[in-house]
Design a binder for this molecule. Structure first.
Ligand code: ADP
Ligand code: MG
Length: 281
């Protein structure tokens, strides 16, 4: 993978990014910068904070109301999802999206081919060996070698999540956006998937939206806290954990015996701002 090629230009930058749905400001003047540095960046924040909308804007599923999105310095604001994907931004969805009747390998093949050949049948044939190499590499990267021939519909929840990451990686992206990839998993599946995400973050720039605080504070190098469409705080896990505003509004804290702050992972402990709170219309 080709991450970390140029450390001067940020991989991703948003400038005064705004998205309104009628009177609701889902993205409120977001200035976000991600350097290409092999660090795992997590975005946290309560339900409705605007995390998924932010990904939808970056990946082109939604057009911003105003503001700019730069990818490796190129202004991609308003580009189609297809064009953005081909430039090197890939994402997984909060909703599972694999072809159940196809094998693991074929699911990844389809995604790899879309990038390599742009679906052109003659070019497909010419790119066949490249595509196969890419597919094999991705299957190895996500750790699905042993079940590469299995139908996706027969996979466990955790394996489906790894397959979805494989599909997202098939196009050899420079930026991978993961939206709550461990949602609904058993602790064991969570652990395996999280380990894989950490590994992948060394190969490709990853932004991880995650509501499991325990996971985030365990694995993230940098954390952005979103609230009411805006960025409430940014920093290392320890900076975020000690940030007064974040503590007040979004995290529950306990004093451990040794006086260390313990982050309570229970989502119920995270403040849920009312929708009206960020309505501006
Ligand atoms: N397509 C849409 N149309 C109208 N409102 C939306 C749409 N998508 C998201 N919203 C609203 O925008 C706010 C942010 O949503 P979202 O980005 O999904 O939050 P998060 O992912 O942080 O839970 C919510 O109030 C949500 O209801
Ligand atoms: Mg979401």
């Amino acid at each position: 993978m080709s991450a970390n090629t140029n450390n001067n230009v940020p991989v991703l930058e948003t400038q005064h990014l705004v998205k309104r749905f009628g009177g609701l400001t889902a993205t409120n003047d977001v200035n976000f910068t991600l350097a290409s540095n092999g660090r795992l960046h997590a975005i946290i924040g309560p339900n409705g904070a605007g995390k998924t909308t932010f990904f939808n804007l970056i990946s082109g599923r939604l057009k911003p109301t105003s503001g700019k999105i730069l990818f490796k310095g190129e202004d991609i604001t308003g580009y189609s999802t297809h064009r953005i994907a081909r430039l090197g931004i890939s994402r997984t969805l909060q909703i599972k999206s694999v072809f159940d009747a196809l094998s693991v390998e074929d699911n990844i093949w389809i995604a790899a081919q879309a990038k390599m050949a742009g679906w052109h049948p003659l070019r497909s044939a010419r790119h066949f060996p490249d595509t196969q190499r890419r597919v094999d590499k991705v299957i190895e990267e996500v750790g699905l070698q042993e079940i590469a021939k299995r139908e996706a519909g027969t996979l466990s929840y955790g394996d489906v999540a790894l397959l979805e990451m494989g599909i997202a990686l098939a196009s050899d992206p420079e930026l991978l956006l993961l939206d709550e990839p461990i949602c609904g998993m058993s602790p064991k599946e969570t652990q395996r998937t999280v380990e894989k995400i950490v590994e992948l973050s060394k190969l490709v720039n990853v932004i991880l939206i995650e509501h499991d605080m325990e996971v985030v504070f365990d694995v993230a190098d940098d954390i952005t806290v979103m609230a009411q469409g805006g960025i409430l705080a940014q920093g290392s896990p320890s900076e975020i954990a000690s940030n007064h505003e974040v503590r007040e509004a979004y995290l529950g804290f306990d004093e451990d015996d040794d006086g260390e702050l313990a982050i309570m992972p229970n989502e119920q402990d995270i403040g849920q701002p009312s929708k009206g709170a960020h309505s501006n219309g």
